[in-house]
Design a binder for this molecule. Structure first.
Ligand code: SAH
Ligand code: SF4
Ligand code: F3S
Length: 440
């Protein structure tokens, strides 16, 4: 038998890309490829790309530039581009970088092993279709390898919301929910391999409406309740939610289920109703605040996270002041903020831009507030004892790193044998982006 070939995967973008990379690597495993941590000894290099902002897509072309030498030295090495840039640009990628052999869009991943086989002898293979069949059931599974304690599981994909700035509805396609039974089967498999915490993924995960075993469409809350019954699965999270898809049963699930973690990532993008309208968000700052109030009523210790865009076309100083007011009112545990990036093919692409220096200034102001709030939230944990899921060994000997219920990284001293366990940890200090604690 020939030695296994080596596959190197590089991933950019959101958690769904991380999940997809794992699934593609597993599928390639069934065709004799094993994963490697370095591009240098790889027989195939797969770039899983993100198209959300201009900088994100540029990263793929810089990486391809760097790989040129490698491909010249070893022309037999296959180079594949997957993800949202692959979907958006398709064959154009091969025109710009002819050394690319395979371009595969996010809905065609189950065809990757076959595409790679067909790409021999210099043939180029591009697939950016949105096929009818379910890619997840057709993605071959690899051997049952042991997994890290925390894993992602995609339950819903695509988006029908068409925010004026966003490429996702075009790159990921229409909203689709996976059936409950398949999700439960995958969750069970992951738990058998050592997974303790699952993060359910979807571009609009709380719009989940997959077919249940009873033939009805199940909500995210129903799915979470079913998953919570799995022995060995201790923690459930979900991301990303949309304010318009919150439902009564999801608030209730947070109030009732200990396994459902008190952390909600709920992007709002702006605090100005005028800008929210121009963004086609179809909610107001007020309706967003009401969702947060209801969440906090159900689960008073709920940690909140959000996404913001500054410098959206038409954003005035007053609009930005509204965003700052909303941020202060919510008091986020963490949040992500971005300068608007015009994306080809989106409705806002042709609109007049806010001057770059103004947008930049606003980004700094917003980030300073978010950082201060994040630090205040972290410091409020000092002196408390939190249940921490130990995920891996730390950089220092004898140290491990785990996650608090509120998604803080927590460093503390414990043996590596504690990986996979949830242990009580007393928080003693807050660093910039993590907490330090002592096992109780
Ligand atoms: N599905 C999620 C997140 C999508 S992308 C949601 O509905 O909120 C993640 C974040 O990237 C977005 O929340 C938004 O803040 C940011 N983003 C998306 N398009 C952008 C653009 N054109 N410019 C700057 N930021 C953008
Ligand atoms: Fe993009 Fe809006 Fe859909 Fe989120 S809801 S993925 S921001 S279009
Ligand atoms: Fe990027 Fe696609 Fe995710 S554009 S953020 S990789 S859905």
């Amino acid at each position: 038998m020939s030695a296994p070939k080596k596959l190197f995967v590089k991933t950019w973008g959101c958690q769904m890309n991380v999940y997809d990379s794992e699934r593609m690597a597993e599928a390639m495993g069934a065709s004799g490829y094993e994963a490697t941590e370095s591009a240098d000894d790889a027989d195939m290099i797969l770039l899983n790309t993100c198209h959300i902002r201009e900088k994100a897509s540029e990263k793929m072309y810089s990486e391809l530039g760097r790989l040129k030498e490698h491909k010249l030295a070893r022309p037999d090495v296959k180079i594949g581009v997957a993800g949202c840039v692959a979907q958006a640009e398709g064959a154009e990628i091969i025109r710009r970088q002819p050394m690319v052999d395979v371009v595969v869009g996010p809905q065609a991943y189950h065809r990757l092993p076959d595409m790679v086989a067909r790409s021999s002898n210099g043939a180029k293979v591009v697939d950016t279709e949105f096929p009818e069949e379910d890619k997840f059931t057709r993605l071959p599974r690899g051997p049952k390898a042991r997994r890290a304690p925390a894993a992602f599981l995609t339950v819903q994909e695509g988006c029908d919301k068409f925010c004026a700035f966003c490429v996702v509805p075009y790159t990921r396609g229409a909203e689709v929910s996976r059936p409950v039974a398949r999700i439960i089967a995958e969750a069970r498999d992951l738990v058998e391999r050592g997974v303790v915490e699952l993060t359910l993924l979807g571009q609009n995960v709380n719009a989940y409406h997959g077919a249940g075993p009873d033939g009805e469409a199940w909500s995210l809350a129903q799915l979470v309740r079913e998953l919570a019954r799995l022995d060995g699965l201790e923690r459930i999270r979900y991301t990303t939610s949309h304010p318009n898809d919150m439902s009564d049963d999801l608030y209730a699930a947070h109030a009732e289920l200990d396994k459902l973690m008190p952390y909600l990532h709920l992007p709002v993008q702006s605090g100005s109703d005028r800008i929210l309208k121009a963004m086609n968000r179809r909610h107001t700052a007020e309706t967003y605040m009401r969702v947060i109030e209801r969440m906090r009523a159900a689960r008073p210790d709920m940690a909140l996270s959000g996404d913001f865009i500054v410098g959206f076309p038409g954003e005035s100083d007053e609009d930005f002041a509204d965003t700052m007011a909303l941020v202060k009112e919510v008091g986020y545990g963490s949040a992500f903020s971005f300068k608007y990036s015009a994306r080809p093919g989106t409705p806002a692409a042709g609109r007049e831009l806010v001057p770059d220096d103004v947008a930049h200034e606003r980004l700094l102001t917003l980030q300073a507030q978010i950082t201060a709030d994040q630090f205040a939230f972290q410091t409020s944990m000092i002196g408390r004892t939190l249940p921490v899921l130990v995920e891996k060994s730390g950089r220092k000997a004898g140290q491990v790193i785990g996650k608090s219920p509120y998604l803080h990284a927590v460093h503390f001293e414990a043996p590596a044998t504690s990986i996979g366990q949830i242990v009580p940890v007393r928080i003693v200090a807050s660093e910039k982006n993590s907490l330090t604690g002592r096992a109780e």
